[in-house]
Ligand binder design. Structure first.
Ligand code: TYM
Length: 333
């Protein structure tokens, strides 16, 4: 096992957005130079809610195209599909027997996603964090880049790994470290600064998709909610409650790889209409090349399938070694 190994994944459930990019993929790209990286299309997680099979097939390839368009190099990284590496599901069952019901009952994302009708939610949606733990532990990943909404799932993964090691008096599983970006751990909706930017939010104006055209980006930034006060150093103070303003400043800072404090200094005293023009320009500069490349990659489906097939094989080789060991430890002959 190498000393630094990364695993992360994204559900192929539609267009990826700026939150996915700044919260996760940007880190994936940086880490590919220093770590052995496994980047996964979490298609088994995608079926925890009902999805149309044709759309899922399409979205798997779209998400693979987006990974490549954002700068992930298929030669440096193992890019693969979760469902094609059987050891994930096998380990997931074993970890189901390690994790406690009380632990799962605390998962806030299940509560949010299941809403008021928990009885009707799929069992898969409930046990989803255990499959996520299997995704990570099957590769003995040391680091897991994610946005803040996945932090609790990562803590659960660490608890499961620790309990397995204790129960079987081994130090078999590596305990993974989450890598969560500081200021953009949670990119908020452009329409409501108290809600996370999300694929499932009804209004498309709430998010910048990585496939948006220049005009769409301009339009969405123009319509983004702000307040009437100018930009000043108080924006970032916890008690100001200028959530939308904070969000836009953080987006700008992350895209430009600078601190929010520096951006506030540069725009000090300016109105949000001035700032929005600069933000829209910056977004177009950073996102449009990605959206152009997504289109190019999507046009070559055969190439995408080839890349995934190759990744599936490589991931399976590593994952199979782990599951053989786990079965031995557990006593499954
Ligand atoms: P998913 O597909 O919901 O999101 C993919 C990644 O994008 C991050 N993210 C955000 N970051 C900042 N601001 C936002 N508004 C925002 N929205 C999404 C997420 O935190 C995530 O990092 N369960 C995972 C997929 C998964 C996985 C794994 C991740 C399956 N197995 C193993 C890591 C390791 C999910 O549904 O992410």
């Amino acid at each position: 096992m190498t000393s630094k190994r990364v695993l992360s994944g994204i559900q192929p459930t539609g267009n990826l957005h700026l939150g996915n990019y700044l919260g996760a993929i940007k880190n994936f790209v940086t880490m590919q130079n220093d770590y052995e990286c496994f980047y996964m299309l979490a298609d088994l997680h995608a079926i925890t809610v009902s999805v149309n099979p044709d759309e899922l097939r399409e979205n798997i390839l779209n998400t693979a195209a987006t990974f490549l368009a954002c700068g992930l190099d298929e030669k440096k990284n193992i890019i693969f599909c979760q469902s094609q590496v059987q050891a994930h599901s096998e380990l997931s069952w074993i970890l189901n027997c390690i994790a406690r019901v009380g632990w799962l009952n605390r998962m806030t994302q299940f509560k949010e996603k299941a809403g008021s009708n928990k009885e009707k939610a799929s069992v898969g949606l409930y046990t989803y964090p255990i499959l996520m733990a299997a995704d990570i532990l099957i590769y003995q990943a040391t680091h897991v880049p994610v946005g803040e909404d996945q932090k609790q799932h990562l803590e659960l993964c660490r608890d499961i790994a620790t309990k397995f090691n204790n129960d079987y008096k081994s130090d078999f599983f590596t305990i993974p470290e989450p890598i969560i970006p500081k200021s953009v751990a949670r990119i908020m909706s452009l329409r409501d600064g108290t809600k996370k930017m999300s694929k499932s939010e009804e209004s498309d104006l709430s998010r910048i998709n990585l496939t948006d055209s220049k005009d769409q980006i301009m339009q969405k930034v123009k319509k983004a909610k702000t307040d009437s006060e100018p930009i000043n150093e108080r924006i970032l103070a916890l008690d100001t409650k200028r959530y939308e303003a904070q969000n836009l400043i953080k987006i700008y800072a992350s895209l430009n790889s600078e601190s929010p404090e520096k951006i506030i200094k540069n725009f000090d005293g300016k109105s949000f209409s001035d700032f929005k023009n600069s933000l829209a320009e910056l977004l177009v500069e950073k996102i449009s090349p990605i959206s152009d490349k997504i289109k190019e990659y999507k046009n070559d489906k055969e190439q995408l399938i080839k890349i995934l097939k190759n990744g599936n094989e490589q991931a399976s080789n590593t994952a199979n070694k782990t599951i053989i060991e786990v079965k031995k430890i557990v006593g499954l002959i």
